[in-house]
Design a protein around this ligand. Structure first.
Ligand code: SOE
Length: 387
């Protein structure tokens, strides 16, 4: 019999992120001995047939079609929000008022005001909260953070990030929720650059001002819906205007004097999930690319002249963050493990009654920066970041 503390999860949403989070809850006790056992209590979706199928496939004990009923239940400890962005605010505030711990997909909200309301609600309720910026949980990224904190790179001068995808380049790709401003808030800005901003804040520090530029290449698309993962189907013959960005570029100044350059696009032909960054400091540099996520490239000036160059560190040793939980050195992990590591920190937060990072405060700050980039793009000037 298990003596672990059971944490009963109610998850709203069952598609791409529903799959990633379900898998993480299921596998967490397999790798980490935390004294906690997540119970996949109830999965919620509006379409009964689809949510039933998904709940059975992903191993949930039951399903439900109304998220409000889920939140009222006493046998639920955590609300996991994996629904489109326009629904986050209402669900999160109701969940906080009901005293549930909350994990919410990114970006936290449609805009700064919503994110602030969500932050105030979780703070008032005193529940544990987290926002699912999963790339922080790549061991190579956590190790980069340690190297920077230990001063190995010296003073940081540059942060440079690209997040490039190409899944909507076909002009026939439909106007799904991820391309509608009223549902998602923004396009590649909130979907992709939000991740780079989270990594920038995590690795380098707070941003004090930004300037941005946004472009929409395909102005009209047929109506349609996401069908799972990043594929979609067209519904009917009507077309409508695209009101979010296909591509965005931004520059930033950090409070510590570093400068940042960010680029995100869904029109980067050939890049399926090209999430990359480079940081240059006075004593060294790092480079990282999600498509070979276990490798951290490190350059150190202190290396012997003649032998200097970027070395590839395979961050799978037991000394690397989360390294002990998985396999012997050199046996790599993948995308899904970023969510297992993230859930590890969330569950530990619940166990110790301490908010993990990134939490709703980070989600809110990220949203302030996203909104400032968008405002800058339309006003054509630099915007100060004010929290
Ligand atoms: C689609 O662009 C998407 O699924 C994002 O929404 C995720 O946040 C990113 O991690 C992968 O791509």
């Amino acid at each position: 019999m298990s003596h672990k503390q059971k944490v009963r999860i109610g998850m709203i949403g069952y598609k791409f992120m529903g799959k990633a989070h379900s898998h993480a809850y299921r596998d967490l006790p397999f790798y980490f001995d935390l004294g906690i056992e997540p119970v996949l209590q109830t999965m919620v979706g509006r379409d009964k047939t689809s949510v039933k199928l998904a709940s059975e496939k992903f191993g949930w004990l039951s399903y439900e079609t109304d998220w409000r009923r889920l939140i009222e239940r006493e046998d639920i400890d955590v609300i996991d929000i994996g629904t489109p962005n326009n629904t986050h605010v209402e669900i999160a505030i109701a969940a906080a008022e009901a005293g549930k711990h909350i994990i919410c997909e990114k970006p936290l909200a449609l805009n700064t005001q919503q994110a602030l309301n969500m932050l105030k609600a979780v703070q008032k309720a005193g529940v544990i909260h987290m926002v699912s910026y999963n790339y922080r949980f790549v061991p190579a990224i956590q190790y980069a953070k340690k190297l920077i904190q230990d001063g190995m790179l010296g003073e940081i001068y540059h942060f440079r990030a690209q997040y490039l995808q190409d899944w909507i380049m076909d002009p026939g790709f439909p106007l799904v929720w991820r391309l509608r401003k009223d549902v998602c808030g923004s396009g590649s800005l909130g979907d992709l650059m939000a991740h780079s901003i989270d990594l920038a804040r995590f690795l380098v520090g707070e941003i004090k001002e930004v300037t941005g530029m946004m472009e929409t290449f395909i102005k009209k698309r047929p109506l349609g819906e996401m069908s799972g993962g990043l594929s979609a189907s067209i519904s009917g013959e009507s077309f409508a205007d695209v009101d979010v960005d296909d591509a965005v570029a931004a520059m930033a100044r950090f409070e510590n004097g570093a400068v940042g350059v960010f680029e995100a696009t869904r029109f980067g032909k050939g890049n399926r999930n090209g999430n990359r960054l480079e940081i240059n400091g006075s004593k060294g540099s790092i480079r990282w690319d999600m498509e070979s996520m276990n490798t951290l490239q490190l350059y150190l000036e202190e290396d012997t002249p003649g032998m200097q160059g970027f070395r590839s560190i395979n961050c799978t040793e037991s000394v690397h963050p989360y390294g002990e939980a998985y396999w012997p050195a050199g046996h790599i992990i993948g995308y899904e493990h970023t969510f297992i590591n993230l859930m590890h920190d969330f569950m530990k937060g619940i166990l110790t009654n301490t908010n993990p990072n990134p939490n709703f405060e980070d989600g809110y700050r990220n949203q302030v920066i996203l909104d400032a980039i968008e405002k800058s793009a339309s006003a054509g000037k630099w915007m100060k970041i004010k929290y």
